[in-house]
Design a protein around this ligand. Structure first.
Ligand code: SF4
Length: 354
């Protein structure tokens, strides 16, 4: 009896998947005690399943990976190139970075992406705000201060990624948004009553009617596991926060989700599930997709948001595209208020807008 008790105890100190090696971590998603080798396998296999089950890619496609040098996109680039080789996806992978022109932040993180280009053998394309819009974020912050800076940055980034993807002639853009980001965005969209965004923020593929579809292979991957994976694999990534980050509102939602996760790890997946199961009432008027009369980019208004903001900057009236004042798109303003398309002022950081 004693021997078998001792045997059970010894086994309980082994990885609960392979029952052979000592555990190296407690898996944040499931709380299982597992060894490093089994962690790599389950982590990569889950992402592979998400890619296959959701038909994210087709053989022969050219795929850009949005690369910021941070942990999410670095792990995404690494895992995607591994899976592409291992499972013969037949994809041509590229790294696509946006240089917002933020001294002391983006210049350093871009150095990381340049090293990733060599480490993973993936060609890199960098598009900059200065080249595309004639302004760096440093210059914009100098003009407008630290209020609304993320509005400009987020709107410009979204379009910059599409323009970079068009230059690379890719079929899709894969981004490193993880399960925590998506749960957080579901909450924020509920808090803001932003029905248009709520209805699309849990989709694993978005923008199929736009210039370049985007997909999120990490939709169900926990942030903590991404950090652990990067740490154990000793991946080269950049972890400093943007010097212009205010993040108050999103930061609050993030903390709330972390608290929930501590009590019940499944909370993150459950919030995503709730977001997926929301049904938008058919009586809710949604924005109609058109094209910007100025630059031709997709827009639900006369001018796209980037053109409105840029016009404001160039005319020395940076508030032109901010708030609910009547402006270039004033004729559409009332409609937008009705349908819950919030103006951009309330968005703390648009880097996670999807
Ligand atoms: Fe841009 Fe994000 Fe920095 Fe805001 S926090 S200025 S959106 S990089």
């Amino acid at each position: 009896m004693e021997e078998s008790h001792g045997g059970d105890k010894a086994r309980s100190r082994l990885c609960c998947i392979c029952n052979q090696r000592r555990p190296a971590l407690r898996r944040p998603k499931t709380l299982q005690q597992i060894c490093r080798e089994c962690f790599y396998v389950v982590f990569e296999e889950e992402i592979h399943r998400v890619i296959v089950d959701n038909k994210l890619f087709k053989s022969g496609e050219r795929i850009a990976i949005g690369a910021s040098g941070g942990k999410d996109s670095t792990v995404l680039a690494y895992v995607m190139s591994e899976l592409n080789r291992r499972h013969n996806y037949g994809l041509d992978l590229f790294l696509l970075s946006v240089d917002e022109g933020i001294t002391g932040y983006r210049d350093d993180s871009l150095e990381t992406v340049k090293r990733n280009e060599v480490q993973y053998g993936l060609p890199l394309k960098v598009v900059s705000y200065k080249d595309l819009y004639g302004w760096t974020m440093d210059e914009i912050v100098k003009m407008i201060g630290l209020k609304n800076n993320c509005t400009f940055c987020g709107v410009f980034r979204r379009q910059a990624l599409d323009r970079g993807a068009a230059l690379l002639k890719v079929d899709k853009l894969a981004t490193g948004h993880n399960a925590d980001d998506i749960a957080e965005t579901v909450l924020l969209n509920i808090l803001r009553g932003d029905i248009a965004r709520l209805s699309r923020c849990t989709s694993i593929i978005t923008g199929e009617d736009g210039p370049i579809p985007r997909c999120k292979p990490f939709k169900y991957t926990y942030e903590k596991e991404i950090v652990m994976y990067a740490y154990f694999k000793k991946l080269d990534y950049f972890s400093t926060e943007c010097i212009y980050s205010p993040n108050a509102y999103r930061g609050f939602a993030r903390e709330f989700i972390k608290d929930l996760e501590r009590i019940r790890p499944r909370a993150i997946l459950d919030i995503i599930k709730s977001g997926e199961d929301f049904r938008i009432a058919t009586s809710t008027k949604m924005p109609e997709q058109g094209t910007c009369q100025r630059c031709g980019y997709i827009s639900s208004q006369k001018w796209c948001k980037a053109c409105v903001l840029l016009e404001g900057l160039n005319r020395g009236l940076p508030k032109l595209g901010i708030g609910r004042t009547r402006g270039i798109n004033g004729d559409r303003q009332k409609d937008d208020q009705q349908i819950g398309v919030k103006n951009l002022q309330s968005k703390a950081c648009e880097s996670l807008d999807f």
